[in-house]
Design a protein around this ligand. Structure first.
Ligand code: SF4
Length: 449
């Protein structure tokens, strides 16, 4: 790691930074996340965001405060403010690759949202970044509330087994994959063994103490799981935020499947109403039975009813996140329209499935791509799924498609389901029509010892 002293940073006011981001100035490669976002991944590693390469330090050995002032974070901020990239090439490789491939990267989408919503003088985050251009040795913390906490430390219990989910994010998914092919798919999903990052409850409490000390600078807390509403540690965390007296200044946001969200239960309402605002980002990946296959264990009508109930409470905003890959890429226009008719915004661009690779929509058979693309292009909601279109347009790899087929056949055999009954358009392109995937499969799945 270098110490950043050789990186020349142009001094800029918040207004000048805003203009430089807008004009894509060559001496800047800006992303808001390193200046406002604290995130750890599902293996316990600190990272710049959920798309970034994980850092070596972990929540078990580095508190939120120490992570925020970590020398690596300082060096990355300096690089972004100088445009001279070195470490960023490693940690933000996904955004760099997407931009090279002509896709709108999360970084670009975040910058576009920043430029759209805020005048430069109103952005405390830009103020922090501006002060760092004048004095890079300052702490990356401002006068007001600039920080977003997205901590994945509350556990991974989830009752669903979504077909694209990393097993570390769902205990049920992890268990199911462990039961199929002697755990071959579990190993294929690169799943580390460790699911709790803290040696003891005292250790966890020390971590929380540090998070609590940051609360005067926190504007947003994002809770993710597992399924957050089913995680006791999450309730304990929220109780401590309430006791701190800061909740009324903080926006609370959840990634939730809403499958067992009973808003009528007193304890949930008791705490949600104390926050400045609450957003429920509900994961729904298709309509009806197709959704319930992709998000196995979910019940579409029940989720829709829970959303309707949640929306009756003032201060609660609901959005829909749709992770798009092989099975649902062709359904995106209908999904967008379904929620549009109900006054809900379904988001696609930030949730295109990149991993596992064999679930990327780029590997769809050409005949299906030809069927899907005109429909997506003609949709009035096209702007919401530009990245889905670009993903489909990328070159396919037949061996990845064969792995996808084997994976679904294995899930079906285990569950007693039939994905081809739900997606008959795949029948002419299925293994049952005569393809042989064994050689492709052996490339990615470890064979039994
Ligand atoms: S540039 Fe991309 S990967 Fe890096 S922090 Fe920003 S959004 Fe995350």
């Amino acid at each position: 790691m270098h110490d950043g002293t050789f990186v020349k940073v142009t001094k800029r006011s918040p207004e000048e930074l805003w203009q430089a981001i807008k004009s894509d100035a060559p001496d800047l490669w800006f992303c808001p996340h390193p200046f406002e976002h604290l995130y750890n991944d599902n293996a316990g590693h600190w990272a710049l965001c959920c798309r970034a390469y994980p850092m070596d330090h972990q929540v078990g050995d580095t508190t939120p405060e120490d992570h925020w002032k970590h020398p690596l974070m300082d060096d990355i901020r300096r690089e972004m403010l100088s445009g001279k990239l070195d470490l960023v090439r490693k940690y933000c490789w996904k955004c760099l690759k997407m931009e090279r491939d002509g896709l709108a990267s999360p970084r670009q989408q975040l910058n576009a949202a920043l430029l759209k919503k805020k005048a430069p003088g109103q952005s405390k985050m830009l103020d922090v970044a501006s002060r760092l251009t004048h004095n890079p040795d300052q702490a990356a913390i401002g006068e007001g509330r600039t920080l977003e906490l997205k901590l994945r430390v509350f556990g991974n219990y989830c009752q669903l087994r979504c077909y694209m989910c990393a097993p570390l994010n769902s205990s049920s998914r992890r268990q199911e994959l462990g039961e199929i092919r002697d755990g071959h798919w579990l190993r294929c999903f690169a799943n580390p063994e460790k699911t709790d990052f803290f040696e003891s409850d005292e250790h966890y409490d020390r971590f929380l103490d540090s998070a609590m000390r940051l609360l005067p600078w926190v504007k947003k807390i994002k809770i993710t799981g597992g399924e957050p509403f089913l995680l006791p540690r999450h309730h304990k965390f929220i109780e401590r935020v309430l006791a701190s007296g800061h909740a009324g200044k903080i926006r609370l946001s959840y990634d939730t499947n809403m499958a067992r969200f009973h808003l009528g239960s007193a304890n949930v309402l008791d705490y949600l109403k104390h926050f400045k605002a609450v957003t429920l980002a509900v994961s729904i990946d298709d309509l009806g039975a197709r959704n319930d296959y992709i998000r196995y264990g979910s019940e579409f009508e029940g989720v829709i009813a829970n959303i309707a109930q949640a929306r009756t409470f003032p201060g609660i905003n609901v959005v829909v996140s749709c992770a798009t890959g092989m099975l649902n890429a062709g359904d995106v226009p209908e999904i967008a329209e379904f929620f549009h008719e109900r006054g809900l915004e379904a988001k696609f661009n930030m949730c295109v499935i990149n991993g596992p690779i064999f679930l990327q929509a780029r590997h769809l058979p050409d005949a299906l791509k030809e069927q899907y693309l005109p429909k997506l292009e003609a949709s009035p909601h096209r702007a919401r799924f530009t990245n889905v279109i670009r993903m489909i347009q990328q070159p396919r790899d037949e061996s990845q498609y064969q792995i996808f087929l084997q994976y679904l056949d294995d899930l079906d055999q285990h569950r007693g389901t039939s994905w081809l009954d739900l997606w008959p358009e795949f029948k002419p392109h299925s293994r049952r029509s005569g393809s042989d995937s064994d050689s492709a499969l052996s490339q990615v799945i470890p064979q039994p010892a």
